[in-house]
Design a protein around this ligand. Structure first.
Ligand code: ADP
Ligand code: ASP
Ligand code: MG
Length: 420
């Protein structure tokens, strides 16, 4: 007998028929003799609608109350799913994050899970029930409700899988697996049979929202075999996410992703002296504003200043605007430019390690499309370029073509990669 954790996203539980379909998917695993935990997201666009409602009341809601509001969505779907399973004559119980023992850090709207006490989940599993857990939520000190950040139900599922030592964690969604790029942007994107945790983590971080980045981090750390599969084609195996050591690296680039949810901040004429960057980024960290790409320019000899550019999430822009005066005080300038008309286009591939020419090929491709690059950042297995938002699709299509991510089947070349 195995232990399986299944997670169903918003589209998979969007209406009562789909909830009944999820009940069948859970029973399908249970009838194979497995113990089954199901993690659910909120129905359809419920979370978006709750956020919209809050905006009709205030543009500066307290984060605590936002968590009280947003955590409601998952509780609707979990109870309806429990009823759907009970209706078939089988036993099921739904649990909130608190009841499921999900403890998070003391922070609202983007809390990390710090511990799970799975005793209640295990007790119900041992009693033969299918256990349904509300995704995306937990509790911090004093049992205050927290949420894990948008898309966080994936992380709930993997964290539970690791706490109960599940044999597998299946993430069911409206796509048949992980593709080389978002199939909504590139229709001919290819489904991958396998992808490494490392590549999936980078892709998720740079905008492939098919998985919440922390779910991949958790699966990697705890070696949980994870699959992304379709809730509408239950028999399909989807995409398996495994360690990079088990992969054959056939191509330098495995996938690409676009992210239009970032804002670029450029602070010009910052005095070039020790401590300025530290004070600035300490303040941002204190306010819980996470920063992504960071670039500091070469200091100008004429007036001993440089420019610091970085990106933050659009969701944090309000918080940033509230501390602008404090920032002026730190950097001793009010010459700050804010630009939300940007998209980050990234290519990811473990096969690009030690392979010269990949960055040049990416920049050449954008140049041929006459797309200006506003900022560049790299990691060992990723290259990201910021471009104007209007060029998102054009850049993605051109890069997918050049790096062999669309059209023809993915080549199954063994042995050494050609140097590109
Ligand atoms: P769920 O509600 O099931 O969690 P999400 O909307 O969060 O679903 O994630 C699924 C969506 O992720 C797909 O509909 C797809 O458009 C998008 N997506 C982005 N990048 C990729 C990718 N590389 N492979 C598959 N889907 C992707
Ligand atoms: N319902 C939450 C969201 O829409 C969490 C999730 O779906 O994973 O972000
Ligand atoms: Mg999701």
């Amino acid at each position: 007998m195995g232990i399986i954790v299944q997670k169903f996203g918003g589209t998979s539980v969007a209406d009562s028929e789909k909830i009944k379909n999820v009940a069948s998917a859970a029973l399908r695993e249970k009838n194979k003799g497995n113990q089954v935990v199901v993690v659910v997201s909120a129905m359809g666009h419920t979370t978006d609608n709750l956020i919209k409602l809050s905006k009709e009341i205030t543009l500066k809601p307290s984060e605590r109350e936002m968590d009280m509001l947003m955590s409601v969505g998952e509780q609707i779907s979990m109870s309806l799913l429990a009823m759907a399973i009970q209706e078939t004559g089988n036993d099921a119980i739904s649990l909130t994050g608190l009841q499921a023992g999900i403890q998070t850090e003391n922070c609202h709207m983007c809390a990390r899970i710090v511990d799970i006490n799975p005793s209640k989940i295990k007790k119900h599993l041992d009693e033969g029930k299918i256990v349904i857990v509300a995704g995306f939520q937990g509790v911090c000190e004093d049992n205050e409700i927290t949420t894990l950040g948008r898309g966080g139900s994936d992380t709930t599922a993997v964290a539970i899988a690791s706490a109960i030592q599940a044999d597998r964690c299946d993430i069911y969604s409206d796509v048949e697996g992980v593709y080389t790029c978002d199939p909504r942007i590139i229709k001919t994107a290819q489904k991958l049979d396998k992808i490494s945790y490392e590549e999936m983590l980078e892709l998720a971080r740079v905008g492939a929202n098919v998985l919440h980045p922390r779910s991949v981090e958790t699966a990697k750390a705890n070696k949980i075999p994870m699959r992304v599969r379709s809730s509408f084609k239950l028999e399909d195996l989807g995409t398996l996410i495994i360690g990079v050591e088990e992969m054959e690296l056939n191509k330098p680039v495995t996938g690409l992703a676009c992210d239009s949810s970032q804002t670029r901040i450029v602070i010009c004429d910052v005095e070039d002296k020790p401590g300025n960057a530290a004070k600035l980024f300490n303040l941002l960290a204190e306010k819980n504003i996470s920063v992504d790409m960071i670039i500091q320019s070469y200091a100008r000899q004429s007036n001993n200043t440089n420019d610091i550019a970085f990106t933050i999430s659009n969701d944090d822009l309000n918080k940033f605007n509230q501390i602008k005066e404090e920032i002026y005080g730190i950097v001793n300038t009010s010459n700050i430019h804010i630009d939300s008309d940007i998209t980050r286009v990234s290519i990811v591939g473990a096969g690009m390690i030690d392979r010269p020419g990949i960055a040049a090929k990416m920049f050449n491709t954008l140049a041929q499309e006459k797309i200006n690059i506003k900022m560049i950042s790299t990691s060992e297995i990723k290259i990201s370029c910021l471009v104007e938002k209007q060029y998102k699709d054009q850049a993605a299509v051109a890069l997918a073509k050049v790096f062999d991510l669309d059209g023809a089947e993915i080549a199954d070349v063994k042995g050494d990669l050609p140097v590109v």
